[in-house]
Design a protein around this ligand. Sequence first.
Ligand code: NAD
Length: 510
Amino acid sequence: MTIQLRGSQMLVVGAGIMGAGIAQVAAQAGHAVLLFDAREGVAREAKAALETTFEGLVVKGKLTDEAAQTILSRIEPIAALEVATHVLLVVEAIVENLELKRGLFQQLESLVSPQCVLATNTSSISVTAIANGLEHPGRLVGMHFFNPVPLMKLVEVVSGLQTDPHVAEAVFDLAKAWGKVPVRTKSTPGFIVNRIARPFYAEALALLLEQAAAPQVLDACIRAAGFRMGPCELMDLIGHDTNFAVTSSVYEANFYDARYRPSLVQREMVDGGLLGRKSGRGFYHYQGDGAGVPPLPMALHDAPATAREVVVHGEGSIADALEQAATKALAAQGWGPARARDSDWTGVAIDGARLVLTDGRCADELAARWGLRDVVVFDRPGVLPPPAGTALAYATAGAASQAWRTQAPAWLAAFGFVPLPLADAPGLVVARTIAMLINEAADAVQQGVCSVTDADASMRLGVNYPRGPFEWLAWWNAREVVALLDALDAHYRGERYRASPWLRRAAAPT
Ligand code: NAD
């Protein structure tokens, strides 16, 4: 049985930010859209706002006046749901409240035909729970758009326990017809995007809690790995209240699994009304004197002192990039680095002192293991070869000599990085964040929440990540990711950094 929804008459309930956007996209795709909001006049205002938006687009030449009028004529604000008995699709975008959503769908069932598909745009409530109590629960499906709806390509099509697969497929096809990129997911906490994205914020908050670095340092490191925004500036933009609420709901819904535990750092900010841009202050100030992101604690580094021996250790793309950078840095002195490919660590040894790519162990731990004082650990570059000026976190062993404390960042600078000091936290910033994103995605796949390809598409299109988690994994490798997670797990002890069984299997020798 195929359900055909393309071009059908439809109803959007809730004419707020999301409902208005959904009505616009549906009307642009040719649907006759009835728009209803419980607050009187809101549906009319939403249409009027769309008229203004379209006038702007017509002036800019992006839309013809005729097309704008045609699309607008397809949207009809209505004052009572009873007008909508004939529709074949309802998309609900009302307030995020289970009882209200359930009540609405039960009311709708008494109005529309049994064939009418019911879709909810909920971002965090279980689709299975919303369907509970419906006469035909199979017709209820999640259709989770992202804000702003006309611009964001991703739609998560969410199947609850009772959702009829034909209904999910019909909504999937419909989203495609609307020019979106739909992905399939199960009704589990956070669906795909809001689940896999948790560590992006959580790792920054964990580093802040242990005072490893200032927010602007974390942001600079993550941006250098190709992300459009760092986690702190992004939380400021989203609003700490909203971000905290999503984290808390995913945490609660997972029966308080420590993996998802919210942060005291953010809780304090919410309690204090430091909500981010919207309140004028979050991690950064947005008003008055000193507004903006504070400068990075950057030191100017002299060229490193002349060395007698430089050896690049390890295999792989990062070791290769380091060899290139060291070759360039030493060219002026007329010699180049040696290479030790079969080494069990990646990095550069300079007259016996070590610059080590993080494998999850702290600089202190490596120094103790190797019986060396002069050890500095550096973060994983997210872009190879790293463009000049790439911010890179590093941490110095407590016992390191004064000379190595200045020479190590001077060498990183000579290799083209902007070295940013961090406390000796395992996995530093980029490596631990990306490892945890991969780990979360691996668990989602293991649990049948989504496919590998859909996880990647979701994170690229839903939150604009430069790569999906499995694309990061292909660029890194499962064995090293698991080793890094195990090192974090050994350091912090607890459930948070437990490696996904899927990832462990992928890391096992074949
Ligand atoms: P909003 O507050 O802008 O709009 C909600 C609208 O629903 C309001 O106009 C309100 O008057 C109306 N409403 C409330 N109860 C109603 C009822 N019983 N019947 C009819 N109308 C009712 O909220 P929003 O941001 O558009 O979010 C709507 C839904 O979309 C929520 O479930 C939210 O979780 C989800 N969502 C939001 C975003 C986002 O970024 N804002 C993204 C994805 C999903």
